[in-house]
Write a protein that binds this ligand. Structure first.
Ligand code: ZN
Ligand code: ZN
Length: 638
C-alpha cells in the first residue's frame, strides 16, 4: 500500500500507510498516545479515532487532557443515556442530546414524566452499556436513506428535513441505538468512566412553546470518579453557600416584589458591611492619588444622546418624561445606566492642562439597568447596583503606568480576599470606533503594562468593546468557581463625543485618553460572591457584627450595654444579646450568625471591667479588659 504523509502539531511530518485512521496515527506517534486517543482534530474539525486520514492532513490527537475532551465525553454519554432510555421505554421519541457546561442532556418524547426511580434504572442500564465497551460506529447516508432510517421518529425526521439537500448525513450506531449526529464520539462506550444523571425538567421541542413538551434528562460525566465526586461536592457546597439563602439567614438584604425584581434592600447588617468595604477602599484610593466625585442619578436625555447611550442602550435604560407645564414640550430624562458621562462632565467643567493629567476620579456610583427578568439573579445580576467606578483621563504615554497602578490595586484587593486571579486582554472587534493608531497604542499599552507588572494573560481576539480594548480579571473562589470581576477599559469614544481636551506644554489642544476601571465591578455582585466565597463567615474586619455581648443574668444588662457602647466608640461593631434565653441558645445563635467573637459578662467581669472572650473558631480564649479586646479586633484590619 502506498504511504501518505500527515503533519503533526510540532511541525514535523509523519508517514503512514494509506487508509490509516486517526487511531493508527496516534499509535504511530507513540503506543501510549494510541491508548490515550479519544478523537482527532484535523484542521479545526474534530473527528473520530476511526476517521481515515488523507495525505497532507494536519492532525492533532485529542486525549483526556485536551480542552475539547470533556465535550466529546459528555456528548457520548448523552448517546449512552438515549440507548438506555430506548431499552427501558421502547415507545420513547428522541429529540436532541448535546453536551453543555458540566454535563449533557437528552430530550425524550414520553407519555409521562420520568421519576427519580426511572433515573436510577436508566443509570443502571447505562452502566451495563458502558461495561460492554460498544463501538460508536459512524456511517454516512443520503437524505432519503436517513429519512427511512428514522422511520417512526418524527422529531429526528424533522431535523433531517432541515438539513441542506445533497449533503451526506452522518449517523452513529452503538448497539441498540442509531442516532443522527455529526460526531465525534469517544471510540467506545467503555471510555465513559464516571457519570451521573442529575435531574429531569420539561422542555419544549426547539424551545417553542407551541410545540410538544419533552422530558429533558440532565447528566454529568467525567474522566475520573474523583472528578465526579468533586463536582457533586461542589454543587452541594454551592447550594449551602447560595448568597440568597445566606442573605436571609444572616439578615443582610432582601428583594421586594412590591418594588420590582432586581432591586436590593440592604438591611442594617448588609448596609454596615457594604459601608465598611466602601470606606476601606476609599481610603486606599486617596493614598493612590484618586479623588472622589459624586454625580447625579438622573440626567436630561441630551447627556445620553451625546454619549450615544440613547441610540445604543436605551432598551436597558429607565427613561421618563417630565411635564414642563402648559404649552411647553415635555422634557426627556433618564436614570443613569453608567457613571462615565458624569465623570466626563466633571472633567469638562474646567480648562484642563497637561499638568492636571493623569486625573483619577472615583465614584461609588449607583446605576440602573433594565435587565430582562429571566437574567436577574439575586445580587449577582441586579437591576440597580453600585459600581466602584473610576475614570482616569491621561495622555497616551501615561496609559502604561496608570494600568500598572490599577494592576497593583487589583493585586492588593484580590490578596486581601484570598482570591487567585487571571487576566485576559480583549482586542479590536470588527465594528469599532477610533483611529487604528489609537487602537494600536492602547492595546499595546495594556499588554506592556501586564508584561511589566508580571501578570500572564490570554488574548481574546476581537472581543473588545466597540470603543476600546480592555483587560478582564477573573477570580477563582473558595470552591473553585470562576467569576469575572475587574475590568480595565480604554475608551476612544466618550472623549470624542463630549469633545474634551487638555492644553499641552506647547499650547495646543489634545484629546486625552479615558480609562474606565472597576475592581469589584458591582458592589452588589461582589457582595454576593463574597458571601458564597466565605460561606457568610466574613473576615473579622468586614463582619457586620464583630462581637456580641452576652450578659449571664439580668443584673449584668447594664454592664453589657456599657461594654457595647465603649466598643462601638472605638470602632468595633457590637451587639448585645439581651433576650432571656439559655446560654447555649445564645452561643448557637452567635455561631449561626457567624459572629467572630462572643463576650460573656457576669459578676466577675463586671467587677474587673473585663470580658470572657469566645472565638467563633477557637472557642474560649480567656478573659481580657474591654480595651484590650477592642485593640485586638481593630488590629485585624487588612
Ligand atoms: Zn453524537
Ligand atoms: Zn466608565
Amino acid at each position: 500500500m502506498p504511504d501518505i504523509t500527515v503533519k503533526l502539531p510540532d511541525g514535523s511530518d509523519l508517514t503512514v500507510p494509506e487508509g490509516s485512521t486517526v487511531a493508527d496515527v496516534a499509535t504511530a506517534i507513540g503506543p501510549r498516545l494510541g491508548q490515550a486517543a479519544l478523537a482527532g482534530k484535523i484542521s479545526d474539525e474534530l473527528v473520530d479515532t476511526s476517521h481515515v486520514v488523507s495525505d497532507g492532513d494536519a492532525i492533532q490527537i485529542i486525549t483526556e487532557k485536551s480542552p475539547e475532551a470533556l465535550h466529546i465525553l459528555r456528548h457520548s454519554a448523552a448517546h449512552v443515556m438515549a440507548e438506555a432510555v430506548k431499552d427501558l421505554f421502547p415507545e420513547a421519541g428522541f429529540g436532541i442530546g448535546p453536551s453543555i457546561e458540566d454535563g449533557f442532556y437528552y430530550d425524550f418524547d414520553v407519555d409521562r414524566a420520568f421519576t427519580p426511580d426511572d433515573l436510577v434504572a436508566i443509570e443502571e442500564r447505562m452502566r451495563q452499556i458502558v461495561a460492554e465497551e460498544r463501538l460508536f460506529a459512524r456511517s454516512e447516508l443520503t437524505k432519503l436513506e436517513a429519512f427511512d432510517t428514522f422511520d417512526g421518529q418524527p422529531l429526528k425526521q424533522e431535523l433531517i428535513q432541515e438539513l441542506p439537500e445533497g449533503e451526506r448525513i452522518s449517523i452513529y450506531n452503538q448497539g441498540q441505538l442509531t442516532d443522527l449526529c455529526r460526531g465525534p464520539h469517544v471510540p467506545h462506550t467503555g471510555r465513559i468512566p464516571a457519570f451521573k444523571l442529575m435531574k429531569v425538567a420539561g422542555a419544549y421541542w426547539k424551545g417553542d412553546s407551541n410545540r410538544e413538551m419533552l422530558q429533558r434528562i440532565y447528566g454529568t460525566a467525567w474522566f475520573a470518579e474523583k472528578d465526579l465526586e468533586q463536582y457533586l461536592t461542589n454543587i452541594e457546597e454551592a447550594e449551602k453557600r447560595d448568597h440568597r439563602k445566606l442573605g436571609k439567614e444572616l439578615d443582610l438584604f432582601h428583594f421586594d416584589e412590591l418594588a420590582g425584581s432586581g432591586l436590593v434592600f440592604y438591611h442594617p447588617k448588609g448596609a454596615r458591611l457594604l459601608s465598611t468595604l466602601i470606606d476601606w477602599l476609599s481610603k486606599d484610593l486617596y493614598k493612590r492619588g484618586y479623588y472622589e466625585i459624586r454625580t447625579p442619578h438622573v440626567y436630561r436625555a441630551d447627556v445620553w444622546k451625546t454619549s450615544g447611550h440613547w441610540d445604543f442602550y436605551r432598551e436597558n435604560m429607565y427613561p421618563f418624561l417630565i411635564d414642563e407645564g402648559e404649552g411647553k414640550e415635555p422634557s426627556e430624562y433618564a436614570v443613569k445606566p453608567m457613571n462615565c458621562p458624569g465623570a466626563v462632565l466633571v472633567y469638562a467643567s474646567d480648562m484642563r492642562s497637561y499638568r492636571d493629567l493623569p486625573m483619577r476620579l472615583f465614584e461609588f456610583g449607583t446605576v440602573y439597568r433594565h435587565e430582562k427578568s429571566g437574567v436577574v439573579h439575586g445580587l449577582m445580576r441586579a437591576r440597580g447596583f453600585t459600581q466602584d467606578d473610576a475614570h482616569i483621563f491621561c495622555t497616551g504615554e501615561q496609559i502604561v503606568p496608570e494600568v500598572k497602578g490599577m494592576l497593583d490595586l487589583v493585586k492588593f484587593i484580590m490578596e486581601t480576599f484570598d482570591f487567585t486571579y487571571t487576566a485576559e486582554v480583549s482586542t479590536k472587534p470588527e465594528k469599532s470606533v477610533g483611529r487604528d493608531e489609537d487602537w494600536d497604542t492602547a492595546t499595546k499599552a495594556l499588554m506592556t503594562a501586564l508584561e511589566e507588572w508580571g501578570l500572564p494573560f490570554e488574548i481574546n481576539e476581537g472581543d473588545g468593546a466597540f470603543y476600546g480594548p480592555k483587560i478582564d480579571i477573573k477570580v477563582r473562589d473558595a470552591i473553585g468557581r470562576v467569576w469575572q470581576l475587574s475590568t480595565i477599559q480604554v475608551d476612544f469614544n466618550l472623549p470624542e463625543r463630549f469633545d474634551i481636551t487638555y492644553r499641552t506644554a506647547e499650547n495646543t489642544d489634545e484629546r486625552p485618553f479615558m480609562l474606565h476601571r472597576a475592581i469589584f465591578g458591582s458592589m452588589e455582585r461582589f457582595f454576593g460572591i463574597l458571601i458564597e466565597h466565605t460561606a457568610g463567615a466574613f473576615p473579622t474586619w468586614l463582619a457586620p457584627v464583630q462581637a456580641v455581648v452576652v450578659p449571664i443574668a439580668d443584673r449584668h444588662m447594664e454592664f453589657a450595654a456599657s461594654v457595647r457602647k465603649r466598643l462601638e466608640a472605638d470602632g468595633v461593631r457590637c451587639e448585645v444579646y439581651a433576650e432571656q434565653e439559655p446560654m447555649r441558645v445564645k452561643i448557637a445563635k452567635a455561631q449561626q450568625q457567624k459572629v467572630p467573637y462572643m463576650l460573656v459578662v457576669g459578676d466577675k467581669e463586671a467587677e474587673d471591667d473585663s470580658v470572657a472572650v469566645r472565638d467563633r473558631l477557637q472557642g474560649d480564649i480567656g478573659a481580657m479588659s474591654v480595651c484590650d479586646f477592642g485593640e485586638m479586633v481593630l488590629a485585624q484590619r487588612p
